[in-house]
Design a protein around this ligand. Structure first.
Ligand SMILES: [Zn+2]
Length: 352
């Protein structure tokens, strides 16, 4: 039912300094849902990365002096409007949600995740991540109750400057309005097309297929399934999918626990191989026909250190085609041990 289509592209040239003809094989893959292509260049080539040590981030960048989130949040942040029947700010543990002073939609909000100004990627606790999701859920529920037309939701994270983040201080963003972002629109349309064509739900079929194949499947955590997509659109992309949940507003405590656990596994895995910056997104349609499950997508970004190189080349920025030298199956092999870790792993132990 799900077709994993790929095609090798063979480049032929004379060996440097010689006359011998040699070949270099690349691979084009089609996304099984949308048909978008991506390229794996030099598959099998070993991936080497410099270590991301804390010392690599200059003190001038980590400084707290100009950070608004290190000040008294109640003093410097806007308050939620009264029509949402909400306190001025929503809180859960260390997480605090307030409207975005520079909004990019009608219900644009920021979630300050931690009291600490800079948290290395492997030091985020499961509770911190879960609390960030919990205030996002509470906020989306209040928006939905007051403005059902604001049905298209995204929850996002830029961690450190390579991801586009403007503030070091960890923060999620959330928005809900009546116009979906391109990615959500494309995935909703493609999911509807798949259902019309096959009579089946794409996402449940995908999880069942990937679980059976095993090469890109990472783990089931509670109701969530974690896998590396066949045709990713970002470096070391990982998805956590809740196949039976389509609305952020309906997320249960157990479901948020499972998302936080999987996310923490990814952060630990990224840290282990030297990555310290990422983007993530959850995008949903909070109204029927409920075609797209809650899906958390995580993408690694360039390692934040002095003179780092952007991972966004001409391919991504002007050709709109993702390329990587790391095959998705290699990403899965790299991260699998992080998902096999004992369920009771404490964040303190992860700091060691
Ligand atoms: Zn700060």
């Amino acid at each position: 039912m799900i077709e994993f289509r790929s095609e090798p592209l063979v480049a032929r040239f004379l060996r440097p300094g010689g006359q011998e003809l040699c070949e270099a094989v690349n691979e084009v893959r089609w996304d099984p849902l949308t048909g978008r292509t991506m390229r794996i260049t030099a598959p099998g080539r070993p991936v080497t990365r410099p270590p991301a040590t804390p010392e690599a981030i200059p003190e001038t960048v980590l400084g707290r002096d100009n950070c608004p989130f290190c000040k008294d949040l109640a003093e410097v942040t806007p308050g939620i409007r009264p029509t949402l029947q909400s306190p001025r700010a929503l809180k859960s543990g260390e997480a605090t949600l307030f409207p975005n002073l520079y909004p990019y939609g009608t219900n644009s909000a920021v979630i300050c995740l931690t009291r600490e100004h800079h948290v290395p990627i492997q030091r985020f606790s499961r509770a911190q991540l879960r609390n960030g999701l919990a205030v996002a859920r509470d906020y989306v529920a209040k928006v939905q109750a007051a403005e059902p037309e604001a049905r298209y939701v995204n929850i996002t994270w830029n961690l450190l400057p390579p991801s586009g983040g403007t503030l070091i201080h960890p923060h999620f963003q959330v928005n809900a309005d009546h116009i979906p972002v391109n990615r959500l629109r494309e995935d909703l349309t493609a999911s509807a097309r798949f259902k019309e064509r096959t009579g089946s739900d794409y996402w449940r079929a995908l999880i069942a297929t990937e679980r059976r194949l095993g090469t890109r499947f990472l783990a089931d955590i509670g109701q969530s399934a974690w896998l590396v997509p066949f045709a990713p659109r970002g470096q070391m992309e990982v998805w956590g999918i809740l196949p039976h949940r389509t609305k952020v507003a309906d997320l249960t405590g157990a479901e948020m626990d499972s998302l936080a656990e999987g996310l923490q596994n990814i952060l630990n895995g990224y840290a282990r191989i030297g990555i310290n910056s990422l983007n993530f997104a959850i995008e949903t349609d909070e109204s029927p026909p409920e075609l797209l499950p809650v899906r958390l997508r995580v993408v690694a970004r360039s390692i934040f250190r002095a003179w780092y190189r952007s991972d966004q080349t001409h391919f991504t920025v002007v050709l709109d085609e993702f390329t990587t030298i790391r095959a998705p199956e290699m990403t899965a092999a790299n991260l699998r041990s992080d998902f096999d870790a004992p369920a009771g792993l404490e964040p303190e132990r992860a700091r060691a």
